[in-house]
Design a protein around this ligand. Sequence first.
Ligand code: Q6M
Ligand code: ZN
Length: 534
Amino acid sequence: MENIYIFSTEVMWSGSPACKIEVPERLTVSHTALQEEGLAERCVSVPIRQATDAEILLAHSEEYLEAVKKTPHMSLDELRTFTQQYGDVYFHPNIYHCAKLAIGATLQLVDSVMTGKVRNGMALVRPPGHHSQRSAANGFCVFNNVAIAAHYAKKQYDIKRVLIVDWDVHHGQGVQFAFEDDPSVLYFSWHRYEHQGFWPNLRESDYDSVGKEKGSGFNINVPWNKVGMENSDYLSVFFHVLLPIAYEFSPDLVFVCAGFDSAIGDPEGHMCATPDIFAHLTHLLKSLAGGKLCAVLEGGYNLTSLAQSVCQTVQTLLGDPAPQTSELNGPCESALESIQCVRSAHKPYWIRNGLALVPDVSVAMLCAAQHARMSLTNRYTPFMTFDLDQCVCVCVPPQGCSDVAGLMQAVLCLLLPLAYEYDPGLVLLARGPGSGVGKAAWAQITSLLQGLAQGHTLGEEEAVGTTAASLLGDPAPSLGPLGAPLPEDMEAMERLRQRLQTHWGLLQNAGEQMITASKETYSVTQMDNNILEN
Ligand code: Q6M
Ligand code: ZN
């Protein structure tokens, strides 16, 4: 089975009215970089097609489609007038044609992944889609490529749950609006927000838009209230917000609204995450949905960091190990505040108050992390260690761990942050007899830990098969929707996390001072509402 498909849509907008940053070169530099890195030849390319009217109507109104259909025949003046009814979008006579190809390419990717022709893939398309709404173009977007594709995937295949991860630096409000009341589509977006000061300046982009009615809890917004967010901030949000919820949700298919304006050097985003972070974000998401992942290009306007980020994403989709992460620490204060706010907004729906295995495990972990040098032959059965000369062991006691929900919470919110910050040169995996960790969970752990140490992982256990399969790049099987961990375990784990977070910044997900800050934010919001109402 080949790993990836790439599609490119046609170049457009050489005329005016033109957009200064959403330019054809975005696709050409990305494609050239993939060729130069030898990645393009490792990918399967397939021909793209036009979307049909019926497909466009999955997410748009008939009136809107009919209006856009007229744009190729408009004069420049008519185009300008048409454009002005929407925000930050530029209609070119060729854009309707390109927009249909962008959807068609995305749907070909869905078909290829869902029929098992490929394991995963990326669609390099223009125009982007995530701002586009049922009856409106917006923010360089004409049709909502990913929203249409999510509808399409649910309709064509027996898919119950779709996860959309929007790592573009802008809020994909179009995707949020499309699935707000739909519990079968979980939408996650982080975005530059600056307390509503940044485009598209919507109240609905804040952390308290959690979804509506049946869809409550299925919309996750992480607002960045400061620019300059770094790798540690992005990873913290994955560890403490997205991944625990995504594992509990257990999607059948994952889409990424893959915008790279969240990378360093972007004129829109002003963030500081480096292109190699996208290798890790991709790696972590590949553990979901049995590896079925469709990445679809959205933004990204610094041609250098865009091309590098696309390469990192594609390389990881192809199964190459992610590069070593260095200098990770805790999230910055503003990021921590956002994380705390999102977690408390979602507490009623998902976030368990803390983490857990069984009480004895937390004792084991506490010992392991505090003393940091336990040997493999100690009285605990270790299930993994990092680095050979300076071992950090994380242990499961002989009586084992049978609660998968608790185990995964511990892995995502405790083990991964600790491991990423420790930055080991080697990961040694050992599952002793009677550990109680089942095959599927073990495959997940093995696969997740391969994001570390450039994938240098040694497995050692009685049942070699599971570890070997994951090490060879087989996607870890999905664990299915996870229930709630045992309450006493959650408490024990939370106590452990709190104690360890003084040494390991990436373990932080809230703080005393942050709780106060979020209360202040809340009262300001309340005040704003009162002013609006009066
Ligand atoms: C531009 C304001 C100019 C796909 C995307 C599109 C972003 C549109 C931004 C429009 N505002 N300073 O999310 O990257
Ligand atoms: Zn963007």
